[in-house]
Design a protein around this ligand. Structure first.
Ligand code: FAD
Length: 393
């Protein structure tokens, strides 16, 4: 299997690099590089720049405003974007709902919603998880009872990422209450302005707010907002989750984090010499770097298989586990390199900047925030179950 890029792919990589150098605003890249994270305005600005370039719906078919990229082009684009400190494009509309509407939506739904995803009029969020229905998603209880041409929705969703920025939510709801739980779920699109919806922020361990609880009390939603057949939502849910797990290894983020921790360890002194020369630290760093190289190669092997039309089985689960473990290990190494200077939280930025080396004020917050990556999109324990099943059956 040839893992090197073809001349065409290398030319595309050069084009992406040149575009990022010319078009990514320096202040936005600086905020992302510092670990402070992109603001809502940053994410919207970058979304608009990519839309103007015509690269927002990269893997979408040209007929829907995309550019028909294959998995390798997408990988190149995402890796280069991460290395250039571009904000991550919010995936809910583009990577999750868009493909669902193209496969399961009516022509009206496609014509109505797809352009609004591209031009940023709609910010979608994902209403799958509930208290008591995360890994065991099929046990969800939010109910939609039919009343003429409407559903009346009651229940609660949780962990809704960026719900505070969104104007729409796609939800899994229960429309049948007997029989197999998976066979009674429907997929509906809800305008968050509809009366009866309340969004409450959940404060995360690092002090930030990016997830929410959403409560539905007698929320009236037209039946026309259902995607696919009634009670056929489980198939759609699984299709969407397949898209949620693309680029899950996040090697671009890890390459960037590795360089950052190396730079830090060169500057921090321990026992009279740079930390990077400490045998134990250097060995830990080398171990993570070797793992990262292995994941990069595995990722390319899988992309090459997918690009050649091969079916991926449990491989994305493998990438999710290794990719997230490596990113967390890098967070751990940079926290260790900073020692006590890694303790402060973003609310204490001013003090923080005075005691941490430049560019590392958000280190502890990033460490705690990234505990999430081994949980969301299907926890690593669940991915291990999927792998075990794939190997043993
Ligand atoms: C920061 C963050 C953002 C999120 N964003 C969204 C979002 O936008 N929209 C959305 O719908 N959801 C979102 N989620 C929810 C996420 O998908 C769930 O948290 C995840 O699927 C795990 O479900 P749970 O939290 O209910 O944990 P549980 O399922 O209760 O699991 C608790 C623990 O038990 C383990 N476990 C559970 N079942 C098994 C099993 N069968 N075998 C082995 N171990 C098991 C789990 O791995 C975990 O360690 C987000 C979560 C987080 C943390």
């Amino acid at each position: 299997m040839d893992l090197s890029y073809s001349p065409k792919e290398l030319a595309f990589q050069a084009e992406v690099r040149a575009f990022l150098a010319a078009s990514l605003p320096a202040d936005i890249a600086a905020r992302v590089a510092s670990g402070a994270g992109a603001t809502k305005a940053d994410m919207e600005a970058w979304h608009a720049i990519l839309n103007d370039k015509g690269w927002l719906g990269g893997t979408w078919p040209a007929a829907h405003g995309g550019c028909d990229w294959g998995p390798i082009e997408l990988h190149i684009f995402e890796e280069e974007s991460a290395l250039a400190n571009a904000p991550r494009i919010v995936p809910f509309g583009l990577k999750m709902l868009g493909p669902v509407l193209m496969k399961f939506g009516t022509a009206e739904q496609q014509a109505d919603y797809l352009p609004r995803i591209l031009d940023g009029r709609d910010w979608w969020c994902q209403g799958y998880s509930e208290p008591g229905a995360g890994s065991d998603l099929a046990s969800l209880k939010t109910r939609a009872d039919r009343d003429g041409d409407d559903y009346i929705i009651n229940g609660q969703k949780t962990w809704t990422t960026y719900g505070q920025y969104a104007n729409r939510i796609f939800c899994l709801v229960r429309t049948k209450f007997d029989g197999k739980p998976q066979a009674g779920i429907s997929f509906v699109l809800i305008d968050l302005e509809t009366p009866g919806i309340e969004m409450r922020p959940i404060r995360l361990i690092e002090g930030g707010f990016e997830v929410n609880e959403v409560f539905f009390t007698d929320v009236r939603v037209p039946v026309a907002n259902r995607v696919g057949e009634e009670n056929a939502g489980w198939t759609i849910a699984k299709y969407l989750l397949g898209h949620e797990r693309t680029n899950i290894a996040g090697t671009g983020f890890s390459v960037q984090a590795l360089e950052k921790v190396k730079g830090l360890a060169r500057g921090v002194m321990r026992g009279g010499k740079p930390l990077i020369q400490n045998a134990l630290f250097a060995a830990r760093l080398a171990e993570v770097e070797a793992e990262l190289e292995a994941v990069k190669i595995t990722n390319l092997r899988m992309l090459s298989k997918a690009a050649a039309g091969g079916q991926l089985g449990a491989e994305p689960s493998m990438l999710k586990i290794k990719g997230t473990v490596i990113r967390q290990a890098l967070n751990d190494l940079s926290r260790r390199a900073l020692g006590p200077a890694a303790a402060p939280f973003p609310s204490e930025d001013l003090d923080n900047l005075a005691i941490t080396p430049p560019g590392h004020a958000h280190n502890a917050a990033g460490y705690f925030n990234n505990r999430k990556i081994s949980i969301y999109g299907g926890s690593n324990e669940i991915q291990r179950n999927i792998l075990a099943k794939g190997l043993m059956q």
